[in-house]
Design a protein around this ligand. Structure first.
Ligand SMILES: [Zn+2]
Length: 107
């Protein structure tokens, strides 16, 4: 896997639009740590743009598909959490909808 460039892998795995940080091979699965490319610009509750970083959310595993080598590719998504300075609500970024859709198809 280490011979693939990030761009090759992104298009091969249909993962354009997310950041790929690290590939972690294990016995049956290949874990790929991904993240969001940019921070949100608006609070989802009040649309304010005054957001502060508020730590990190739980790591979520998303089954992405079977690789040619027979291993399951599992995405590790860790949301950054943000707190709105206007309404004081905190929220986390969601994985791209295309990835969550894949997860539903498998399960
Ligand atoms: Zn807000």
């Amino acid at each position: 896997m280490s011979t693939f460039t990030h761009n090759n892998m992104a298009s091969m795995l249909n993962l354009q639009g997310v950041m790929m940080y690290k590939v972690i091979p294990s016995q049956e699965n290949v874990y790929l740590k991904i993240g969001q490319p940019r921070r949100p610009s608006r609070c989802p509750y009040c649309q304010s743009s005054k957001l502060h970083s508020h730590g990190k959310g739980k790591v979520r595993k998303i089954k992405h598909g079977i690789l040619l080598s027979g291993e399951m590719l599992v995405l590790l998504w860790q949301s950054n959490r943000f707190k709105c300075a206007s309404c004081l609500k905190s929220f986390s970024q969601k994985p791209p909808p295309s990835l969550v859709q894949v997860e539903k198809d498998i399960v």
